[in-house]
Design a protein around this ligand. Sequence first.
Ligand SMILES: Nc1ncnc2c1ncn2[C@@H]1O[C@H](COP(=O)(O)OP(=O)(O)OP(=O)(O)O)[C@@H](O)[C@H]1O
Ligand SMILES: CC(C)(CO)[C@@H](O)C(=O)[O-]
Ligand code: BAL
Length: 290
Amino acid sequence: MEVIRSAAEMQKKSFAFIRESKTIGFVPTMGFFHEGHVALMEQARRENDLVITSIFVNPLQFGPNEDYERYPRNEANDLALAADAGVDLVFIPSAAEMYPAKMLISLTIEERANVLCGRTRPGHFEGVLTVLAKLFHLIQPTKAYFGMKDAQQFSVVSALVDNLNFPVQLIAVPTVRESDGLAKSSRNVNLDEKERKEAVSLYKALQHGRQLVVDGEKNPAIIVKEVKEQIASQLNGKMDYVELWSYPALEPVSVIDRQVILAIAVQFEKARLIDNLVFDERGCIGSQIR
Ligand SMILES: Nc1ncnc2c1ncn2[C@@H]1O[C@H](COP(=O)(O)OP(=O)(O)OP(=O)(O)O)[C@@H](O)[C@H]1O
Ligand SMILES: CC(C)(CO)[C@@H](O)C(=O)[O-]
Ligand code: BAL
């Protein structure tokens, strides 16, 4: 497995792969790998000639009071896990390599980023879009793999690819969970023992919300209220949001008559966790993501 740290070298390599008619599966990440990342890499391995993953904790997508400095990092372990998953090349640029001293260009998005994490993390999705536009240019992927744990990110990146005609196919991979249901996340290491026990209530509350729909409830306000009550009764972490929107457009719904996302964010002492379920008007888990 090769490691490249220079952007120019990465792009040269990608163009060489394209000239050889190789298909490239790309898994963009911020590192500190767990089974969620590995699931993306393994799917990319099955579906492409070459698999490239990037490790880059992108400063542009962190707000001034967020956890950029505290974000967990472990390059040696990441390289071992990537090699095991069959990755061919890992791109690990520095911030200086990715961004010139003065960035004159950035990307913005009108809709889809004004709700959920976009509302509580102003500038976050602009940072995600800008770094992905750069990474797509450097890596020239045939397919790019994203986890549904970050479902809003998938919706926003879909708009990027559609609106700006990036020649890449986006693949959504289901959320990988711990045995008790907690979504795997690099930030889980920043939970203390008590918080880790409480954190399972995010998924339990989402399941409760979905069950209400299965049982015939179609009023989003009632579902959100019940989910909020369940979360409040089970954890001390600060509830950031519980919201329900259409998916993938992320528009308001007055009655659940189409595919929706029920999503939760909770701020613990040192970690902000998110989770979601995407399901249709009968409560069936989403299969048609784009
Ligand atoms: N549990 C998971 N199941 C499937 N995909 C996941 C999971 N966790 C992360 N991913 C995906 O892996 C890719 C890289 O994510 P990232 O490196 O930010 O990891 P992360 O665990 O989401 O970290 P954090 O939530 O702490 O920011 C993203 O597409 C993300 O959606
Ligand atoms: C897609 C991404 C690698 C962009 O920095 C990041 O937002 C992530 O890890 O989900
Ligand atoms: N996977 C989400 C990236 C972030 O929280 O910045």
